[in-house]
Ligand binder design. Structure first.
Ligand SMILES: Nc1ncnc2c1ncn2[C@@H]1O[C@H](COP(=O)(O)OP(=O)(O)OP(=O)(O)O)[C@@H](O)[C@H]1O
Ligand SMILES: [Mg+2]
Length: 248
């Protein structure tokens, strides 16, 4: 569903934020993208979604290159960015109608989806409030609803759990599972390793722009020859990479 081949990106300096990474996200899976702060997750996601252009390498989404078929590729996914602070002066319902327009969701369908999703995330009673009056978690939920309005086959979510209360996090996890079980795909970054451990079919660990591991939690345990938790193995992977990459 997503293929990255030797993709690199730097922000002008000598250090590459993303350094020749290969990644394959398969249809029908929940794929977790893990890594410490500054590892290159958001940069990778911005390249997959066409916000940033790679310095080198190729990215295909569902077999298509976003640089060549921008609209078709963008229509096929729903994207939740890491920062939910946009359009503060719009009312939530105006934002959702706007998203419905952009993604050409028919009016009846849109009404149904908005009702269903806002009820699930307990936002239905705040729809006529302005986004600026929303809490961080409420904004996050609004972004999620807006991105999923057109029922995309691929979800790309950059730290979607941030700020969500336990019930909303549960609802989102359930929705991710349903999405994957119906043959669609979820790709998300997270720092919440407990969540990743529970719901991901596979994960990739990135640090300093390089992929340190890609596979299932079971694969990781076999590689480490232990039944450790994802947290233990993650810390070991990242600590080891720091020592290896920084001999001083
Ligand atoms: N706009 C920018 N200008 C310059 N450097 C940037 C910019 N955005 C990111 N970087 C750098 O690129 C590297 C990767 O950042 P990125 O945002 O991709 O990390 P991340 O894995 O998403 O981290 P976090 O977990 O904190 O969200 C970091 O070293 C960061 O300082
Ligand atoms: Mg990030």
């Amino acid at each position: 569903m997503i293929q990255m081949r030797k993709v690199s990106k730097s922000y002008g300096g000598a250090v590459k934020a993303v350094d020749s990474i290969d990644l394959d996200v398969r249809r029908g899976e929940i794929f977790g993208f893990l890594g410490p702060n500054g590892a290159g997750k958001t940069t990778s996601i911005k390249m997959i979604t066409g916000i940033l252009t790679p310095d080198s390498g190729d990215i295909l989404v569902n077999g298509r290159d976003i640089r060549k078929e921008a609209l078709a590729v963008k229509r096929s996914f729903g994207f939740v960015p890491d920062d939910p602070n946009i359009f503060p002066r719009l009312k939530a319902i105006e934002y959702l109608r706007f998203m419905g327009d952009i993604y050409q969701v028919p009016t009846d369908r849109r009404r149904e989806r908005i009702q269903e999703l806002t009820e699930r995330f307990s936002l239905d009673e705040a729809l006529t409030d302005r986004i600026q009056s929303y809490s961080h978690g409420m904004r996050q939920k609004l972004m999620i609803i807006g991105a999923l309005l057109h029922d995309p086959e691929l979800w790309i979510l950059d730290e979607p759990m941030t700020g969500l209360d336990p019930k909303s996090a549960f609802v989102l996890k359930e929705m991710m599972r349903t999405q994957a079980d119906s043959g669609k795909t979820v790709f998300f970054s997270t720092h919440v390793l407990d969540v990743a451990e529970k719901i991901c079919d596979r994960v990739a660990v990135i640090d300093r722009g390089r992929i340190l591991f890609c596979g299932s939690i079971g694969d990781m345990q076999r590689q480490f020859r232990q039944d450790g938790s994802l947290e233990t193995m993650f810390l070991e992977l990242v600590n080891h990479s720091e020592t290896a990459g920084d001999p001083a």
